[in-house]
Design a protein around this ligand. Sequence first.
Ligand code: LLP
Length: 402
Amino acid sequence: MSEHLSNEQLIQAAHQFGTPLYLYHAEKISEQYNKLTTAFNKSNVVFFYACKALTNINILKHIKNIGCNIDCSSINEAKLALHAGFTPERVLYTSNGIAFEEIEEAKNLGIHINIDSISNLEKFGKKFGHSYPVGIRLRPNIMAGGNLKISTGHDKSKFGIPVDQIDEVLNLIDKYNLHIKDLHIHTGSEIKDVEVFVKGIEVLFEIMPKFNELEFIDLGGGFKVPYKDGDAETDINLLAEKVKEAFDNHPYHKPLQVWFEPGKFMVSECGYFITEVNVLKQTKTTDFIGVNSGFNHLIRPMFYDAYHKIKNISNPDGEVKHYAVTGNICETDTFAWDRKLNEVREGDLLVFYNAGAYGFEMSSNFNSRYKPAEVLFINNEFHLIRKRDSFEDLLKNQVEIL
Ligand code: LLP
């Protein structure tokens, strides 16, 4: 297991590239991928990194270099994947609520496509019939995931075609002679309990015999990662056992591949978000820290109540005190309430852990602040992989008519 980057390394990066800064450790990504391939080495399982978590082109290239495939949620992600050098057969595109034209574009790129509505399935059948194999994203009606905002497989979710509408799907397949090569489900993010995946497989087992050209089933992503010391992650070895057991115990004889689309599992822990303390504000009830960031850079704590471990790397032996860690934007942007930190002084560096997945990727220019720079630590060296925004970037696409 590779250690976290040390305080000294984080401080060095902050001095070299400035703050706020996203820093990624390439070796940690490789380590996470190895965990998956080692656990599943006895099964016919393939992994597609859900790149919505982090799309810096260098991260995509690293993922490609270590042999992992890629899952995309928009046509632009698919184009970035091809730009990174993935061949089309290593690119999967699972969309939601998109215009049919985008599916046509994906077909022209020659990548795998999962269609997630009856409407687009019908349009696809009308236009392409049996000529281009596709997958179907189903909604298994299973409640799973860390919180409601990141639960996608339940019976009120907009994602996928509800399994209870399978007869409509079969009618379309009949009518247009559609070539269905896979069934896909993704029930949510941060799923600790491996039984959720088994339940998903069971739902698919029920309907699989109705599809006679299936080559694989795709169980989506959603593996949980640890956020605090002692926190559990999805037990990947147990999951591998359970998936194998489910197939061994089922009379479905055609050999099927299983696909997974891990996002967080691949890149959450490789990421560090380094900020600097602008101000301390002591009030009767609370000691506030104001750092040079906010939900414009890391929205997960505010949007999902996500917990990110925070450390004061400038004063690691300081007396432990309680703080509210906030940002510098014009709305409530509390990263953490009542958080224990080694005594914090203005100018100290505070690091947020687990910042690789959905960190930079969900950042914005709110308050006309710059998006942070990104740095990759690879082969023992720091490399700038995205420049910090500049003032020109704020005006770049604006059309000044006055
Ligand atoms: N496949 C599909 C179809 C998905 O929609 C997602 C995530 C994944 C795979 C990857 O899930 P993961 O392994 O990363 O859990 N922004 C939220 C997470 C939203 C996930 C959306 N879909 C967060 O920061 O917690």
